[in-house]
Each structure stands twice: as C-alpha cells, then as structure tokens.
Design a protein around this ligand. Sequence first.
Ligand code: HMG
Ligand code: MG
Length: 311
Amino acid sequence: MKLPDKVCLVEVGPRDGLQNEATALSVVQKSTLVDKLSACGLSVIETGSFVSARWVPQMADSGDVFSTIRRYPGVRYTALTPNERGLDAAIDADVSEVAIFAAVTESFSMKNLNASIAATLSRYETVLSRAAAAGLPVRGYLSCVLGCPYEGAVAPEAVRRLTRHLLDAGCHEVSLGDTIGTGTAGSMNHLLDVLLDGGIPVERLAVHCHDTYGQALANILVALQRGVGTIDTSVSGLGGCPFAVGATGNVATEDVVYLLDGLGIEHGVDLDGLLDASRYISEQLGRETQSRAARALFAARGIAGGHSTST
Ligand code: HMG
Ligand code: MG
C-alpha cells in the first residue's frame, strides 16, 4: 500500500482541546497559542467555535480570539458553527472556513446538538447555502464513527450514508470522528473498506482520532495506508468532548509529526516551533503535556517541558 507523500494536519487544539478544559484561559492566552501554532507551519488551525455559551462556556470568547490572533498568510483559521447564528458570528469574525458537525447515533446527536440527526442535517442546509453565498468553504464532522458512548457499536454503513450526505450537501471534506477513541486498527480498516468501496473519494476524508484507549496512532497509520491525507491533531494532546464523558484528548500533534517524520511523509511543521507551543499551553494549564513524543524530546534536551513553571 502506498502512503501519501504529503499530509495536511488540521490543528484542533484551540477548539477541541480548550473546549474541554476546566481552567479558564484568557483571550490573550488562547490567541498566543494560536499564534505559536501558526508560526510553526500548521496550515489549518481550528481556532474556536460559535456555539451556545450555555452549552460550551469555554468557547464563548471565540470572536475575541479571532480578532486578537495574528493571521499568517496561507493559514486557514476555522471555527465550528452549529446553526445560522453561529455562521453569522463566524462571518463577523472573518473566519477562513466553517465546520458543521453531526453524529452517527441519535443519542449523541441529542446530547451534543439537542436535535435528531435529521433535524440537524435539515438545519445545516441553510448554513451550507449561506456559507456558499459568502464564499466560505464548509468542513463536515461526523462523531462516533467507531463507537458511541451511549449506543456502543456503530454500523459502518450508517457512517457511509451520512458521509455521502454531507459531501453531497456541499462539505468539501468529512472528518471521521472517533469521539471516544474506542476504534482499533481493525475497526478503522473495516470502516475505510466500507467507505472507499462504497464510492467515497479518499481525498475528501479526514480522520479525527481521540486517544482515550491509546489507539490513535495505530488508527492513523491505517488511514494513511488507505490513502487518507488529512489528519486532525491537537497540540499537547488536548481535548475531549463535554458530551462524551471520559473521552480524552485528540492524538497529539507532536506524536503525529514524529510518526510522519519516521515515515518520510511531508507535513510542513517545524517540530521545534511545535514544541514551543506545546510547552506554552502546558504551562498555562499547569500540567504535563499528554504528548509522549514531546515528553521524550523535552527529557532528551534537558528541558523541563510541559510542567507548570511553578513546580
Ligand atoms: P438549544 O439549547 O437546543 O437551542 O441549543 P436554543 O436555540 O434554545 O439555544 C440555547 C441558547 O444558546 C440560547 O440562549 C440561544 O440564544 C443560544 P439563551 O436563551 O439560553 O440565552 N445560542 C447561541 N449562542 C451563541 N452562538 C450560537 C447559538 N445558538 C444558540 N450559535 C445548539 C442548540 C446547537 C445551539 C447547542 O446544542 C450547541 O451549541 N451545541 C454545540 C455543542 C458543542 O459545541 N459540542 C462540542 C463540539 S462538537 C465535538 O467536539 C465533536 C468533534 O470534535 C468531532 C468528534 O470528536 O467526534 C467535532
Ligand atoms: Mg473531537
């Protein structure tokens, strides 16, 4: 199987990571993180989300974060938008791209969006047409593609049907979310069999692997072997979903960069700059980085990286 020569990393730490943090960070701390991520060469940074502050208070200041960041040429600064109100706010914030998000199971859809799958998809029709009119590309997310915290196993055929729906509706790509990290190399491979054999073009897929069970790197390697060239990652392994209790962070960007370097796959990220961002956010949150590669590299370099400066 041929691996891609090059992959695009979608950095989701400032959104997926910080949405789940108990520590409230200031706009300056959040925008400093985004600036450090821009500086190290990441080309897509999910910077915030325009969702209900009642549901996710950590993202309530996303508009201010967007107006504070330094925008690097060629970098796309993206945000989640669950409805038209979110889209309006995203347009006001001058985002480069928006993302809509749906779930494969009814239970997760109700918990995350307070609406059924059908109602969510119908709400997105207007979001998609208005985004197109505003010239904004739209990414689609599907949650729970390899397991649901409420319903357990998920049929890959349901993932294929919803992926097809989001692409036909106008999403330029669909990110397959293993929200609770229960997927394995076997189940990821089987899911991709069903999607690719079912006519979903591989270049329109991304993978979004939470690392709750320590399987994310293995699952990503399988996706790379199947030709997937877009991988969502989160600096320092930040992340989780407030509506998937117990789910931990996304795969760490540092770990994926280390993997890609070993495979000789181009990714455009400067590892030293990324470690600087990793150390910064760990210090702000006062805890050690979740990235195994970052911890090993900090130790090898004799840097007290990833620990709170106060300890
Ligand atoms: P609702 O309560 O059903 O609807 O929420 P509502 O219309 O009654 O709105 C509730 C309140 O939110 C109202 O304010 C609205 O005005 C306000 P109140 O009357 O209480 O003062 N509101 C908004 N405020 C700001 N921006 C908006 C907005 N919309 C309504 N856009 C809703 C429905 C969809 C809004 C809510 O369920 C919601 O915000 N859900 C988002 C949840 C979320 O952000 N989850 C985490 C991100 S998804 C994820 O992490 C998974 C992913 O990483 C992939 C994976 O890992 O699987 C992407
Ligand atoms: Mg996620």
